[in-house]
Design a protein around this ligand. Structure first.
Ligand code: GUN
Length: 274
């Protein structure tokens, strides 16, 4: 029998605690979100973030740019937000339009206001085994979900599929920092199925179906499905289908709600560095 790692339930619990905490705070955090371009999914994500923040009592502003915005305009806006004492957290929604240097833009964010934990300072701290100002939202959400279900990490073989800066790399490092033995897999990995066979924990963050009925998995395996995409028929699907591990995060309702819960937690945590 598979136990579902219920991200919605944990998100609701986190929101309830956060709301109580925020109600008692004399100074509320303010989250600034930069949205550039016309990616429809990004717009939905940003609207959700704003709605969530408002419900909890976090101030938020969204700064929108058309897809032909220049890198200079965004960088200057971030510098302005860095110097604005009222702004305590900054997020640049990804993806950015192709002509913009994503890393340069992200690295303009002051590390103490970097609510995604994606600046080189925060990544560097994470990779050096030091505490970053905050941890990246999706990896943080994944570990909160594993901890909620008392899933042991130390000494386990964790297989991470996908090597993005947003999920794959930081979650691998966070699992390593918790003493897992981590194998990183990606599009050039040979014998992925052989590696999955030996996994105690699988985190799949690819955005297409990579784990399915062809795979043999350990009966006590824990699978975290981070991928979410729509197939040709418009159906929402994850990276993982037709397997019966001991624990599985569903799509939707698993990691997605935990990412937004982590963003709200990070926004509140950053207030202590303001
Ligand atoms: N786009 C998709 N997920 C994320 C995220 O967690 N943070 C940012 N900044 N952009 C994203």
């Amino acid at each position: 029998m598979t136990t579902i790692l219920d991200g919605k339930k944990l998100r609701d619990k986190i929101f309830e605690d956060l709301k109580n905490k925020l109600d008692k705070m004399p100074v509320k955090p303010t989250l600034a979100v930069i949205l550039a371009g016309d990616d429809p999914s990004s717009r939905i994500y940003v609207n959700n973030k704003k709605k969530c923040a408002e419900k909890l009592g976090i101030n938020s502003i969204v700064i929108e740019y058309p897809s032909d915005v220049t890198e200079k305009e965004i960088i200057e806006k971030i510098q302005e937000l860095n110097n604005d004492n009222k702004i305590t957290a900054i997020l640049v929604q990804l993806p950015l339009p192709k002509h913009i240097d994503k890393l340069k833009v992200i690295d303009t964010i002051a590390p103490q206001k970097d609510v995604d934990g994606l600046t080189t300072t925060n990544c560097g701290k994470l990779f050096a085994g030091e505490k970053p100002y905050v941890y990246p939202c999706t990896p943080k959400g994944i570990l909160l979900l594993l901890d909620e279900y008392n899933i042991e990490i130390e000494g386990k073989h964790a297989v991470v599929i996908g090597r993005s800066n947003l999920v794959g790399k930081p979650v691998a490092q966070m699992l390593l920092n918790r003493n897992a033995t981590v194998t990183m897999c990606h599009s050039h990995t040979k014998n992925l199925a052989d590696i999955i066979k030996t996994a105690d924990i699988v985190v799949s963050a690819v955005g297409k179906n990579v784990v399915g009925e062809k795979n043999i998995i350990k009966s006590d395996c824990v699978i975290v499905d981070v991928g979410i995409f729509r197939d040709e028929s418009g159906k929402v699907r994850g990276d993982v289908e037709n397997v019966s591990p001991a624990y599985l995060s569903p799509v939707p309702g698993g990691v997605g709600p935990m990412t937004i819960a982590s963003l709200m937690l990070n926004t509140v945590e950053l207030l202590s560095f303001a």
